[in-house]
Design a protein around this ligand. Structure first.
Ligand code: FEO
Length: 404
């Protein structure tokens, strides 16, 4: 993206990656992404906040040339993942006098990943204050949103906080600030689900910390900036809370329609009871979309055909992703169809559960059947729908009581 002025002497100098469709060879990017860098011209010193993914180095360099930046005194590295640090070696070649400011863990990782000379790095911590003339750099060491090295940089005179990935969104847009709240809310929720949800306790802590600060702009390292901080702070408060929303998520894979029939029958019975239910046919599913629905899910029902003596590999893969994301669902079960061996069918739910040891949800009654579903199978699914409905009523009631 071309240079955009945020405020007097504070500029966006990052890059938009319109074309990128996969992150970490894992996370789908339906709307591309951006790598945000910020230039701050103090009355005495010039600072760059974070670098960009090396593939977009030319964009960053071009933006710095546009602003005629001849000298950078400090480069703040809030997080060492290469999408924000990968261009640091190139920056140091162009601006050899620059000192990198970062915390001790990030320093270790920058040296490890990028082989940066440790003499080029000055360590900071939460007590550090660095004057750049008319502005001051202060730091909040905020590990585990989402790496152990993450930190935020706050400029009190401007009431701007640079939060690296925290509260960001994978969204390629020319909007400097949030304009279409609905679009950004969806992208930020997907980002939260994929990147931040495994670290929910830390997310809650730092969200509370930001709530107590005097902030006018939140500038994350992906997606548009927030000039109404409460928009994203309120969203994060909701997503990271312990509350669930009475929703059922059913990821499933069906080889010969039998598991598919069971899944659709169960979904219909839940819908009749007024329960929100969302199905994800795994071989065709965008797993990022599944992650979004896991944010609010109360119950996860894994639908799986059997392959050989265990769950279909598509269910195994999805279970490994769900386990890594650690959603706050309170209940879990599984349903499906197997081909021939009753004894193997009886073990299917235990096998599915064993794939998700990090999910601390209570097990509801699984339903596994041989071949195509019979009336008896449908009655068992009726009972499961009743069980889910009644457990949700209990869970939501307790939430309401807890909320007073
Ligand atoms: Fe956007 Fe954790 O890097």
């Amino acid at each position: 993206m071309a240079v955009q002025k945020i405020r007097e002497n504070i500029y966006y100098v990052g890059a938009i990656d319109w074309d990128r469709r996969l992150f970490d060879q894992l996370i789908p990017l339906p709307h591309g992404t951006s790598y945000n860098s910020y230039l701050i011209e103090g009355s005495e010193k010039t600072v760059l906040i974070d670098a960009v993914y090396p593939k977009k180095w030319d964009d960053l360099l071009s933006n710095l040339k546009t602003l005629k930046v001849n000298k950078i005194d400090y480069i703040v590295s809030n997080h060492s993942e290469p999408d924000h640090s990968g261009s640091l070696p190139l920056l140091l070649e162009i601006y050899p006098e620059a000192q990198i400011l970062t915390n001790s863990k990030c320093k270790e990782l920058l040296i490890n990943h990028l082989k940066i000379d440790e003499n080029k790095i000055t360590e900071v911590d939460s007590s550090t204050k660095i004057s750049i003339g008319d502005k001051t750099l202060t730091f909040i060491i905020a590990p585990w949103v989402h790496w152990p090295d993450t930190m935020f940089t706050y400029i009190p005179e401007e009431k701007i906080i640079f939060t690296t990935d925290f509260m960001g969104s994978h969204l390629a847009t020319s909007d400097l600030f949030v304009k279409n709240e609905w679009v950004v809310h969806e992208a930020a929720k997907r980002y939260y689900a994929e990147i931040m949800m495994p670290f929910r306790a830390h997310v809650k802590k730092y969200t509370e910390q930001l709530k107590g600060m005097d902030i006018e702009i939140i500038a994350a390292s992906h997606g548009p900036l927030y000039d109404k901080p409460e928009f994203i702070i309120d969203a994060y408060t909701d997503w990271a809370s312990d509350d669930v929303k009475g929703e059922v998520v059913i990821p499933y894979v069906s080889m010969y329609e039998n598991t598919g029939k069971m899944v659709n029958y169960l979904a219909d019975r839940l819908i009749e009871k007024g329960v929100k239910v969302t199905l994800f046919n795994l071989p065709e599913t965008d797993l990022g979309e599944l992650a979004v629905y896991l944010v609010d899910a109360t119950t996860i029902v894994m639908g799986a055909s059997m392959v050989l003596a265990g769950p279909h590999p598509a269910a195994v893969y999805a279970a490994s992703i769900i386990n890594a994301l650690k959603p706050k669902a309170k209940f879990i079960t599984s349903i499906g169809s197997f081909g021939w061996a009753d004894k193997l069918g009886e073990k299917m739910h235990e096998q599915v559960k064993a794939l998700m040891p990090a999910i601390k949800a209570e097990s509801l009654t699984p339903v596994f059947i041989k071949g195509s579903p019979t009336e008896n199978a449908y009655r068992k699914l009726d009972e499961l729908a009743d069980e889910i409905f009644s457990r949700h009523e209990d869970a939501m009631g307790k939430q309401q009581i807890a909320a007073g």
